[in-house]
Design a protein around this ligand. Structure first.
Ligand code: ATP
Ligand code: MG
Length: 218
């Protein structure tokens, strides 16, 4: 047995996943391979602090879609930590919890370019401390520039960016916003989300305009 085995490297992929789509899955898988992560834990949030709670789908639906989307990948798991924690889902609280669970691991928080730029601009709760707590992997995303100069220019936290790693992925101009819009308009979402997620959306009537008198559904 190696006495000083190298540290475990664990990826954390937070998001609203409303719904989860192939952009999220490609990002997580590329991060896993490019950064030699032993696994990636998806963390759907309960209440995204920067989104209007009335505009976000029931957390249990989003959690289940995340499970459906990730079952086929032996390196992916889903955590309920934010789903089960009341109040706004601050990433800093989640990281503190994971640092306790895995005190000896290197944690890698995986984001898209848009989310990383929000953190650097100080829009996330405890952004400054957050950047010191773990490594960050920021994936390229159509519409956002991710070069070092852009990161430095947007960095209002006072941290240096030693923990921030930019990662180029095959560009997928997919967003949950666009998928919700497509469902609302009756346009296809096939090949944008995994098939079981597509089935789940239609089975539960998610993202359709509610007819008058129709309840919350479920
Ligand atoms: P919405 O349009 O509702 O904001 P989204 O598609 O941005 O949804 P989120 O759940 O907000 O999805 O994103 C979770 C994380 O995944 C964020 O860090 C985001 O930057 C990243 N991400 C989402 N879509 C992509 C994509 N197509 N390419 C790379 N990263 C992505
Ligand atoms: Mg988003």
């Amino acid at each position: 047995m190696e006495k000083h085995a190298s540290k475990r490297r664990i990826g954390l992929m937070g998001g609203t996943f409303d719904p989860i789509h192939f952009g999220h899955l490609v990002t997580a898988e590329e991060a896993r391979v490019q950064f030699s992560l032993e696994r990636v834990i998806f963390i759907p949030n309960r209440h995204p602090p920067l989104k209007d709670p009335r505009e976000v789908t029931d957390p249990e639906h989003r959690y289940l879609m995340t499970v459906l989307a990730t079952v086929g990948n032996p390196y992916f798991t889903v955590s309920r930590i934010e789903i089960d924690r009341p109040g706004p889902s601050y990433t800093i609280d989640t990281l503190r919890a994971f640092l306790q669970i895995y005190p000896d691991a290197d944690l890698f928080f995986i984001t898209g370019a848009d989310a990383l730029l929000q953190i650097l601009r100080g829009m996330w709760h405890g952004a400054r401390e957050l950047l010191q707590m773990c490594q960050f992997i920021a994936a390229s995303r159509p519409g956002y520039i991710l070069d070092r100069e852009q990161l430095e220019r947007n960095n209002l936290t006072g941290n240096d960016l030693r923990n921030v790693h930019a990662m180029t992925i095959p560009a997928l101009a997919i967003s949950s916003t666009d998928i919700r819009e497509r469902v609302r308009q009756g346009r296809p979402i096939k090949y944008l989300v995994p098939e079981p997620v597509e089935d789940y959306i239609f089975k539960h009537g998610l993202y359709r305009p509610k007819a008058a008198g129709e309840g919350e559904g479920g």
